[in-house]
Design a protein around this ligand. Structure first.
Ligand code: NAI
Length: 406
């Protein structure tokens, strides 16, 4: 019972807390908006005055659009704006109960900033990183009180995407983890707990969506547009893998894949693709550079150049084969993440539906297709290629034998 009382006090505290955000770029600005909307006092810090000015101007625009759409009124807009102050010294966020860092993806720079911040703060202030690819343990290790450090990973755009991955490091205290889970719920986000492993949940489980589609193309089985068409019309995905890679940026998406591959000690399941590497090297980054897997006109795919994107020129049999191959690799990855206790089954499915808008949770999808189908399809791929990339997760095999479902 005493624990319960303590917990309630913490919950109340979280609602009126002061939040520091470090880095006023894409993610930091979005995170500041989320916290300010939840009525926290937010201090947004950046080394560049220009970044702070841009962030403020962008928020003005975003909120004005929300008024136009009738989602908020003028009072709400002012309230959100007044909740945020823009500061140019790290010391200015010393009194934050929780600080979320969203600066360059560089371990040394992050460590320096965290060390300086710690020197201004009391030991119970929580310090979090929004990193996509660095281990939380490695960031925490540079601090005197590593138990206060945790990963809080938002998705872009932070105000719109409901998912937040919460990643306790081996050093993180249970109290900090519980508080952060509560804060994320207070901010009306869907929090999932993930183990501090490469790619956490989403960036790990989603790898085959890109990797297997690229491999299918490299084998000469279908064009980018044909694969995208299949994944959207037959699979129900909002965007096809190639459209999505172009949207994310081939430089960014390739780097994430390469990082995950290296971090998993070169497990062939995560092997990057030369096709994408060459595009990134050529500067064909996707939408932002006007050319990637597709050609772009006025920020949109030039449909005149890519008619197959809408028409679907493959036979039903071929289309099903392509969808099944990408889908089974995704399911296998999700099953393996569960097998290795990266997260619970519920959180793995929530992560993919709420973080990257998959039409269904992958484990729920596995149940629908049948666990026996999953094992047979993986084994058939392995039989064909004899590559470790196509090894079936032991969990799927075990479940098939026992007749269990997710
Ligand atoms: P960004 O480049 O848009 O913004 C970074 C900001 O940090 C810039 O305004 C820069 O001036 C500032 N900054 C750099 N060094 C600083 C320092 N030492 N002190 C204070 N400010 C500093 O970057 P973005 O995309 O917002 O990413 C930030 C972090 O969030 C990275 O760790 C990234 O991995 C992670 N992330 C990015 C996502 C995305 O889709 N862009 C999604 C989820 C996480």
């Amino acid at each position: 019972m005493p624990n319960q009382v303590q917990y309630d006090i913490n919950i109340k505290k979280s609602k009126i807390m002061t939040v520091g955000v470090i880095g006023a770029g894409t993610m930091g600005s979005g995170i500041a908006q989320v916290a300010a909307t939840a009525d926290c006092t937010v201090k947004l810090y950046d080394t560049k005055q220009e970044a702070l000015d841009n962030s403020k101007a962008k928020l003005e625009k975003v909120l004005a659009r929300l008024i136009e759409k009738g989602r908020i009124d003028e009072t709400e807009k002012s309230r959100i704006q007044e909740n945020i102050s823009y500061v140019s010294k790290l010391k200015d966020i010393a009194d934050a109960d929780l600080t979320i860092e969203a600066i360059v993806e560089n371990l040394e720079v992050k460590r320096q900033v965290f060390q300086e911040l710690e020197s201004y703060q009391t030991k119970d202030a929580i310090i979090a990183s929004n990193t996509s690819s660095l281990s939380i343990a490695s960031i925490a290790a540079s601090l005197e009180h590593p138990e206060r450090v945790i990963g809080i990973h938002f998705f872009n755009p932070a105000p719109l995407m409901p998912l937040v991955e919460v990643i306790p490091a081996v050093q993180t205290s249970d109290e900090v983890k519980d508080k952060v889970v509560q804060i994320i719920a207070d901010w009306k986000k869907i929090g999932v707990l993930a183990k501090d492993t490469p790619g956490f949940i989403v960036n790990r489980v989603a790898r085959p969506f890109y990797g297997e589609a690229l491999r299918i193309h490299e084998e000469g089985q279908a064009s980018f547009a044909e694969i995208d068409h299949v994944m959207k019309t037959l699979g129900g995905f909002r965007m096809g893998p190639f459209e999505l890679m172009d949207f994310i940026g081939n430089d960014v998406n390739y780097t994430v894949t390469e990082t995950v591959f290296k971090e998993f000690y070169y497990d062939p399941r995560y092997k990057p693709s030369f096709t994408q590497k060459r595009l990134a090297e050529a500067g064909y980054l996707g939408r932002k550079s006007g050319k990637g897997f597709y050609d772009y006109k006025d920020g949109k795919i030039d449909k005149d150049c890519h008619p197959e994107l809408d028409s679907g020129s493959l036979s039903k049999e071929k289309a099903t084969q392509i969808l099944d191959r990408v889908l089974i690799m995704l399911i296998n990855e999700a099953a393996d993440a569960l097998f290795l206790n990266i997260a619970t089954a519920k959180d793995i499915d929530l992560a993919m539906t709420k973080g990257v808008n998959y039409p269904k949770g992958l484990l729920a999808w596995a149940n629908e297709k049948g666990i026996d189908w999953c094992v047979e399809t993986m084994d058939a791929l392995y039989e064909e290629y004899r590559e470790d990339r196509y090894r079936c997760s032991p969990l799927l095999r075990k479940m098939d034998k026992s007749g269990r479902r997710f």
